[in-house]
Design a protein around this ligand. Sequence first.
Ligand code: NAI
Ligand code: MG
Length: 484
Amino acid sequence: MAKVPVTVARGDGIGPEIMDATLHILKAAGAELEYDFVNLGEKVFKSGIMNGIEPAAWESIRRTRLLFKAPITTPQGGGYKSVNVTMRKAFGQFANVRPVRTFDGFVHSKHANVDMVIVRENEESLYAGIEYRQTRDTCHAVKLISRTGTELIVRYAFEYARANGRKKVTCLIKDNIMKVTDGLFHQVFQLIGAEYPDIQKDSLIVDIGMARIADTPEKFDVIVTENLYGDIVSDIASQVAGSVGLAGSMNIGTGCAMFEAVHGSAPDISGKGIANPSGLINAAVLMLYHIGQGECAAKIGNALLYTLESGQHTADIVKKGEKALSTMEFAEAVVKNLGKSPKNLTPFASGSGKPVKLPRAEDTTQSVRTKRLTGVDVFIDFDDADAADLGKRLNQCGLSSLMLQSVSSRGMEMFNPKKPDVKPDVDAVTDLWACRFMGPEGDITNADIRAILHNIEAAGLEWVKIENLYTFDHVAGFSGKGAE
Ligand code: NAI
Ligand code: MG
């Protein structure tokens, strides 16, 4: 097998100690890797490079597209940028992957037999942090979901499942409420999922899904979800499993995949040779699966589990009265156990032996045949609670081709021009009003919208933003009235 080039950063604090231990195991296990060592972290930050990545590291990562990284220390204050955030942006790392498992019998956890992997979309959703404040009272955030981004993450989740010998992928969404955004995510999950008949599929509404993960985590396998849900569910799952200290994680991108332990550089114990290398070893296992060296991955993973099971532990998890192994002694123990499998813990499967196939961003949106502009929501800053007054004034602003259909606040209709004297059951409490104008004949034009905005201004009202209302192949691309 040809050796796979990989960029290695030994990191700060305990980084070099656990990296040396891990490389020792990789060598003994026969991993086909060729290392290119670079500097990331403290030294680089201190040389004045604000993102902590030296020029040679960029070159190396661009070449190998694989980064195996020990934890680094981010200096406090002073405008330093997180290496991980820089990497995520520079290399389009669309997936954050976090395996969560229990080590029953030696790391305390509330549940047993947990062995799941959370595949979190990393670039979109509410977590993209696109936010606005346009009135005194209200702020809003944009939840951006693209078909392309969703296809990437969903396809990755299925490819990951296949390459790692996993059986089921569960999608977490809230499409009963967010029919457009989460609806798209769910629809793409079902569409792409159909291409993987060998993998079971399951979708859960995110709240009950998370409740079940907290209650019966052992029933989950691979989970794929949007950015914010993924952030939350990763923490719930790790907490439930109680093994954060031993976990590895990876960020997968079109430009570079990055593998690391979940923990930091532990400056309090650095230089003592007592750190637990298991988190980084697990990250190495993830990397080997990723590049198709599944057999070697399983060999190392199972030797690690066997070692842990047999009571050989580093100081952080050693049982009372037992002798703690040093970082290197632990690595030696793992090396001695290569070829052995755990007796109680769920063993690692050797998977397909093929590298995880990285999906390409493909433009599948061309299958949409018709896109039609059918209306507009004009948002008005109006801090008087009299919805009928606002509604009647806006009604005058309509055109024969684009008429007021409703005025709502926080998604609730407060005025309907067909029933102008019916009072809403609730009072308006905010100053942001969504005023929906629809074309009675169907299609409208941008010129109609400009005319409406002009009329609104002439009526002395302040519009703060608009959202155009389109249909795609006759399906409404917006929520609320007129969408059904
Ligand atoms: P930390 O994870 O480094 O340490 C938290 C506690 O866990 C400490 O008591 C430490 O001794 C212990 N610990 C961590 N890893 C251990 C191991 N392998 N074996 C035994 N004990 C271990 O988190 P902390 O203290 O918040 O951060 C320290 C530094 O690490 C900071 O500069 C932080 O920015 C950085 N960090 C880097 C990360 C990365 O490179 N991906 C991730 C998290 C933190
Ligand atoms: Mg988080």
